[in-house]
Write a protein that binds this ligand. Structure first.
Ligand SMILES: O=C(O)CCC(=O)C(=O)O
Ligand SMILES: [Fe+2]
Length: 229
């Protein structure tokens, strides 16, 4: 996926142009929210490992130290901004597109596993500079019903490409790797809901130029993770 200049100029490339516009809107919105109350901060630790990123929560606050959710952040009492409606729409569209893809690519005889619908009430926004990374972990601080139903985690990756790791066990050497380019969406739900995942590397200078020109996004990667508590 990703994008070159052609993606926003080719008249036939409507989905890509749509995606390009969405990318710009998401970044601009996060930039505005990020400088306000409840905006970006540098979190300390998670599972004893220093977090190498900036973070902002939308909807509810998630505290990486206690691994718990709350209405305000412990260190400054700020309330996280609401998740913008346009973000929720983008999540809904992504899940629908994913289900259409699954249906089309399923073998006629086999049952198709659908990604369950999500009403996201948490969005974690992470910004990684070129030295940013995130160790392998599971997203498992949501409620039991949310986890049992396998309600999906939906990730939007913007800016520089991330080397994303995932696997059944917490072991970097055994993990599979996929490059997430700007505009890529990754969904893990159902049986994969508790997969281990992390970011091993940000690839510098890989963000599409049109995107950084239009948004002034600083060098690095912006990632949004949506979940339902
Ligand atoms: O930045 C990413 O791709 C992953 C983010 C993530 O796993 C999380 O916030 O829990
Ligand atoms: Fe995660």
């Amino acid at each position: 996926m990703g994008g070159g200049d052609d993606e926003i100029r080719t008249p036939a490339a409507f989905p890509q142009r749509q995606k390009a516009r969405e990318s710009v809107n998401i970044i601009k919105r996060c930039q505005r929210l990020g400088v306000g109350s409840g905006g970006f901060y540098i979190p300390g630790y998670r599972d004893g490992a220093k977090l190498n990123l900036r973070m902002m929560c939308l909807g509810k606050n998630w505290d990486p130290n206690s691994h718990s959710y709350g209405d305000t952040r412990p260190f400054d009492g700020a309330q996280p901004p609401n998740i913008p409606e346009e973000f929720k729409k983008i999540v809904k569209d992504a899940i629908q597109a994913s289900n259409e893809f699954l249906k089309q690519n399923a073998r006629a005889a086999s049952a198709v596993e659908e990604v369950p619908p999500l009403s996201p009430d948490i969005c974690l926004v992470n910004f990684y500079t070129s030295s940013g990374r995130l160790g392998l972990h599971q997203d498992k601080d949501e409620t039991k019903p949310s986890l049992h139903k396998g309600l999906p985690v939906v990730l939007f990756s913007l800016g520089d490409t991330a080397e994303f790791l995932y696997g059944d066990v917490k072991d970097d050497d055994k993990a599979s790797k996929v490059d997430l380019e700007s505009g890529d969406v990754l969904i893990f739900g159902g049986n994969s809901r508790l997969i281990f995942h992390g970011v091993s590397r940000i690839k510098p200078k890989t963000a599409p130029k049109w995107l950084t020109d239009e948004t002034n996004l600083r060098p690095g990667r912006l990632n949004l993770t949506f979940r339902q508590y």
